[in-house]
Structures are given as structure tokens and as C-alpha cells.
Design a protein around this ligand. Structure first.
Ligand code: URA
Length: 196
């Protein structure tokens, strides 16, 4: 079975299980991901916003435009990478996803990662960083590549290369943070060079 077909099965599983019914009832779309299902780099954001909910694609609003610009500056395109979120339905009024909503989607995100099997996982903001590096502080660890064994819900473990970055929406209108994020972002291709 090809990778995209396997990823489509996760979408069906989320719909069948009606994960987070209080979010799905208000959402227009289940936003699974975008990009290359065989990518070397997977970017993980927080949750869809209004534009993402309307279009059914992650990072297509202002934060997405900034993400696209940073990808281009790093010599990458959206079709070279895979972009997804922890929570796959828009939280009402763009509130932060609740811990139980993040937990509910974690097995499905873990399965996406298993299927895509990237060389590096780039977390955007602390909501997705927490799953991989629960004790880390984003202000200290941003822009560093960390090898980490992650335990899945079924007890299986996988070692990933995690690169925590600030969230593009947080950095967009904050001059200092914006430059920090751009500088960190440009290091990402270097981290995966030479990795099998
Ligand atoms: N912010 C996110 O975390 N994800 C999106 O898809 C859009 C904005």
C-alpha cells in the first residue's frame, strides 16, 4: 500500500472514532496534513485556525504564508515536506487546544509519523514540542536538534530527531522572535544532511 493510502486510512479512523466530538461538530473540515507523504521533514503545528478549517489544509493563513517564506529561504517547498498539526479540528474561536484534545489526537499523529518515517520532526510552538520533549523549555532549546526516544500509546518506542522551533504565529509580529525563528529555520536542512 502506498504512503498516501495509508495516511488516508488514519483520516477514516479519526472520522469513525469521532475523536473530539465537541470540536468536530463545529468544524468544517478535518485537517489532516499537506505535502509529501514521503518527506524527510515533518512540521507539526498546534491546531487549524479559520482559514485552515475552511480550506481543509494546515498553515494556509498568515502563519502559513510566513512558513512558506521560511521554507523558500531554506531552499524548500511545501511539496518537499509534510505539514500537520497535533489537533486536527479547529478549536472554537482559535482558543488553545485542551490537554485532553491533544491527548485524543496523539495516537493518530504518532501513526502519521510512523507511516511517513521522516528524518526529522520540527515542532512549531510548545503544544507540539511537549509531546516529544516534555521537560524542555522552548526559550532554551529552540533551534537545537535533539535525539529522543518517544513512547507511543501502545508502548512501542521510536527514536526521532526533534527540532523545536517557535510557532510562526507567535513570531510573525515580534521582531526579535521573528529573526530567531528565521535563523533557527535555516539550520533545519543542515541537521538532516548525511542522515540515512
Ligand atoms: N497554526 C497552527 O498551529 N496550525 C495551523 O494549521 C495554522 C496555524
Amino acid at each position: 500500500m502506498d504512503t498516501q493510502t495509508e495516511l488516508d486510512k488514519i483520516k477514516q479512523a479519526i472520522l469513525a472514532a469521532d475523536v473530539t466530538p465537541e470540536l468536530s461538530v463545529q468544524a468544517l473540515n478535518l485537517v489532516m496534513g499537506d505535502g509529501n507523504p514521503n518527506a524527510d521533514i515533518v512540521f507539526i503545528g498546534e491546531a487549524p485556525g479559520k482559514n485552515e478549517d475552511e480550506q481543509g489544509l494546515p498553515f494556509v493563513g498568515a502563519a502559513g504564508k510566513f512558513l512558506n517564506e521560511m521554507l523558500a529561504a531554506a531552499g524548500l517547498d511545501r511539496s518537499d515536506v509534510y505539514i500537520t498539526n497535533i489537533v486536527k479540528y479547529r478549536p472554537p474561536n482559535n482558543r488553545d487546544p485542551l490537554p485532553e484534545e491533544k491527548q485524543a489526537f496523539w495516537p493518530y499523529l504518532a501513526r502519521q509519523l510512523e507511516i511517513i518515517d521522516p528524518k526529522a520532526i520540527v515542532t512549531l510552538g510548545r503544544h507540539s514540542m511537549e509531546f516529544f520533549l516534555p521537560d524542555a523549555r522552548i526559550s532554551q532549546i529552540h533551534g537545537h536538534a535533539v535525539r529522543k526516544k518517544v513512547k507511543y500509546h501502545d508502548g512501542k518506542e521510536h527514536e526521532w530527531l526533534i527540532v523545536p522551533l517557535y510557532h510562526p504565529a507567535a513570531a510573525l509580529y515580534n521582531g526579535g522572535l521573528r529573526q530567531t525563528l528565521i535563523d533557527d529555520f535555516l539550520k533545519v536542512p543542515e541537521f538532516i544532511k548525511g542522515l540515512k
